[in-house]
Write a new protein. Sequence first.
Length: 287
Amino acid sequence: MTQRAFLKRFLIVVVAVVGLFAAIALWLIIDARKTPGGTPVYVALGSSYAAGAGLGPRQPGSPILCQRSDNGYPPRLARKLGLPLVDMTCSSSVTKHVLVGGQYFQDAQIRTLNSKTQLVTLTAGGNDVGFVRDLFLMALRNSDTWAGWMVRKLWSGPPPMANRDFPKLSATLTSLIREIHRRSPQADIVVATYPAVLPPSGTCPRLRLTASDAGIMRQVQARLSAVTRRVAVHEGAKVVDMTALGVDHNACSVTPWTRGWDALGKSPFHPNLAGAQATMEAIVAVL
C-alpha cells in the first residue's frame, strides 16, 4: 500500500469516527430536550437526588442523561397521592438549570408549571456547591486505581467553604421559589433537602473517605441544608429536612438512606430505595 493510499484510508476512518461521535452527541442532546407529557398537577423539580439516579428502571420516554427513575421519590409520591405527575428532574442540574435552563441545551425545568398546578417538589443545590462532585473525587482519590492516581496528580482538592458560593445559591434559590409561586400561585411548594450521607462524626470503610475528608464534606452538607431551609421558609415553601431526618440513616448506618462509595455503578453518595421511600413519606407528612 502506498503512503498516499494509507493516508486516504486513515482520513476516512478519522472522519467516520468523528461523525459517529457527533451523531451520538446530537442524539443525546435531542433526547435530553424531551418534555414529559401529561397534566402538570404535580411537578417535580431538581437534581439527581430527586430524579432517583441509580434506583432502577428509567422512566419510559425520559431523557437518558437525566437518569429519571420510576423508583425516585416523585413517582412514589404521585402514586401515593393519586396525582398526575410531570417529572422534570434531571441529574447534574443546578438551581439555575431549574429556573432558566441551559443543561444539555434544555429549557428551564419550570417550563411545565401553570396556574392549575397543585404541588411542586424541589431538591436542588448540591451541584451548585460541588457536594456530590467532591465526595466522588475524594473517594476516587483514595482508591488504588489508575483513576485514583490521576485524581491525585491532577486534582488540587476540594475548594474551601468560602469558594463554594453559597450566597449565589441562596439568591438563585430565592428567585426560583418566587417564580414557582408566580407561575403556580395555588400550588403547595415542598423543598426537600439532601438526605444525610455522612455520619455525625468520623467515617467508615463504606465511604472510602478519610476522617478529614468526611469532616470537610459534613460542613458542606450542613451549610447546604441550612441555606436551603432558610430560603424555603422565608419564601413561603414547606420544608422537609432530610439531612436532619436522616442523621441516623447515613451511609455508614445499619439502615442507610444513602449509598456510600461501595455502590459504584449505582450512583455513589445518592439516596437508595429506602431513602426515596423515606423522602416520599416525609413529604406526605408535611402535606
